[in-house]
Design a protein. Structure first.
Length: 177
């Protein structure tokens, strides 16, 4: 676990260093943004699910962004319904491929809140969560883009779930203010 955390921190530092060197425009542009999302979740041992999410962030110099994202979906495992809500903070680096398309990579860290509804009881818990993400952004207008992201999140073991991975595919509309 410590090695993986160190690897993720090293990846963030490397991306940050590369992005600082690759920045070609002296223009400094900082913008707040909000991105409502449709989510398709592949939660490992549970049934695949559809849910929603919201990301709020701050982009700096058009290439860097930090954001907080909350996603909600529920899934089944036999007779048990489990509700998942990952809440993560992320660093994202965007590389503009042409005037309309950008490639995005980043790393996330946070917690996933879990609620299990059994026939006889309910249980709540949370799991430490971290992972990597990649995606594409297509600019629709000056302050609006369509974002497609894939996140692979690692969750620690809880009393509801074993440790494992959740893959989230999100399609969102990014509104910059």
């Amino acid at each position: 676990m410590k090695k993986l955390t160190a690897l993720m921190l090293g990846l963030c530092a490397a991306i940050s260093t590369m992005s600082a060197q690759a920045q070609t425009s002296p223009e400094r542009d900082a913008k707040l943004y909000a991105r409502p999302e449709l989510v398709i979740a592949f939660p490992g041992d549970f049934d695949n699910a559809v849910g929603g999410g919201l990301a709020l962030g701050y982009s700096i110099a058009k290439a860097h962004a930090v954001e907080v994202e909350a996603i909600y979906f529920s899934s089944k495992d036999g007779y048990t319904t489990v509700k998942f809500m990952p809440v993560v903070g992320s660093y994202i680096y965007s590389l503009r491929l042409d005037p309309r398309f950008s490639l995005k990579v980043g790393a996330s860290i946070g917690a996933t809140y879990e609620k299990a509804d059994y026939y006889w009881a309910h249980e709540n818990t949370s799991a430490f969560t971290f992972g990597a993400r990649a995606g594409l952004a297509y600019t629709l207008a000056k302050n609006v883009s369509l974002d497609l992201d894939v996140s692979a999140l690692r969750l620690n073991e809880t009393s509801i779930t074993t440790s494992g991975n959740i893959v989230l595919t999100t399609l969102g509309v990014n509104f910059r203010f």
